[in-house]
Design a protein around this ligand. Structure first.
Ligand SMILES: [Zn+2]
Length: 355
């Protein structure tokens, strides 16, 4: 280590002390993560001052430092960069800024709903649709759809709502996960599992509702597919909830289970082609919308898996346009297509087949 190195380190230490004593947002941080923030600030300071000399670095006034601190925040709220995060929060290194750091406070997590951060779009893109699906289930279907078809049976009514409640539950869990995962690692793990359970519920409810209307006059087939879907859903849920599988080593296994579960929808579809023919399936389950739904889910999962577009331009899509946000919107689009398919199947059953 040269004398110049020692001078540099001293200079950095001075600048760290200066920043820590003058910056309230840093003072608000807790525990070991305080250290991370300080080091990061020091690095920023050194880079910023590379055109000047070291005395300039250490003599920066507190007001200058406050200005920089404010530039890192939106609406006066401190947002953090990827390096500022504790290890457990570091998930996507292509999203560089805009993070809400570990809060250890339920209230602070809820407060994060009211200022823009890199989870805001993820939260609202599923929270708003979840409320919409709840309203559809509680009021809109009863008011605008069911009364038009007096032949509606109790089970018809139940299976329309099976999908609506499944979509509501999935998106509610997702919205809650993205809002509350900032609390702590324990909370994050808990809500992550619920998020996965929500996805399983949505897949299961989607299949069951459509198979019910598609096979309305072939009850034995419906019962078989209903049972198969439930068994696969339970297996997937066990894998997700079990701590043993909640490690990176088993990530491919979990992905395989989810993929298998999602792809199992092909079985009733293929059976439908065999029994009713292409045109029959096209009518019975409104195949066009089911194909659109599949396309949205596949594109969403691909973008999510490859972290497109942020992997192509890290830092550019921190707040808006990241792969996870796209995935959320495509899931909503897919679920809307499915709703359309279910409603059309229901209408067909009560307009053509039972007339
Ligand atoms: Zn999500």
């Amino acid at each position: 280590m040269t004398g110049q190195d020692i001078t540099t380190i001293r200079t950095r230490r001075n600048s760290v002390t200066s920043i820590t004593s003058t910056n309230n947002s840093v003072a608000n941080t807790t525990g070991s993560s305080n250290y991370t923030v300080r080091i990061n600030r020091t690095r920023t300071n050194t880079i910023t001052s590379s055109n000047g000399n070291s005395s300039t670095k250490t003599s920066r006034s507190s007001s200058q430092i406050r200005v920089r601190s404010r530039s890192n925040s939106i609406f006066g709220r401190r947002l953090y960069s990827f390096q500022d995060l504790p290890f457990w929060q570091q998930d996507n290194d292509k999203i560089l800024t805009g993070y809400v750091r570990e809060t250890n406070s339920f209230t602070k997590c809820i407060q994060s709903l009211f200022y823009f951060n890199n989870e805001s779009v993820n939260i609202y893109s599923h929270l708003i649709p979840s409320i919409a699906y709840l309203c559809l289930s509680l009021f809109l279907i009863d008011t605008f759809l069911i009364p038009r078809f007096p032949t509606t049976t109790t089970s018809d009514y139940i299976f329309i709502n099976v999908f609506l409640i499944g979509a509501f539950f999935c998106m509610l869990c997702s919205g809650c996960f993205h809002c509350l995962k900032q609390h702590s690692e324990k909370y994050s793990n808990f809500w992550s599992k619920l998020d996965y359970l929500g996805i399983i519920t949505l897949i299961a409810c989607s299949m069951i509702s459509l198979v019910y209307f598609g096979y309305f006059d072939h009850l034995q087939y419906f019962k078989f597919f209903f049972g198969l879907t439930c068994v696969l859903a339970i297996i997937c849920s066990i894998v997700v909830m079990n701590e043993k599988f909640n490690v990176a080593k088993y990530r491919p296994l979990r992905a395989t289970f989810f993929a298998t579960f999602g792809m199992s929808g092909i079985i009733p579809l293929a059976t439908g082609f065999y029994i009713f023919g292409f045109h029959g399936v096209l009518q019975r389950i409104n195949l066009t919308f089911v194909l659109w739904e599949s396309l949205f889910y596949i594109v969403g999962a691909t973008l999510y898996g490859f972290r497109i577009p942020e992997s192509l331009s890290p830092g550019r899509f921190d707040l808006i346009g990241s792969s996870h946000q796209m995935f959320h919107f495509l899931v909503v689009a897919g679920s809307v297509c499915h709703l359309k398919a279910v409603i059309e199947s229901y209408r067909l059953v009560h307009s053509n087949f039972k007339k």
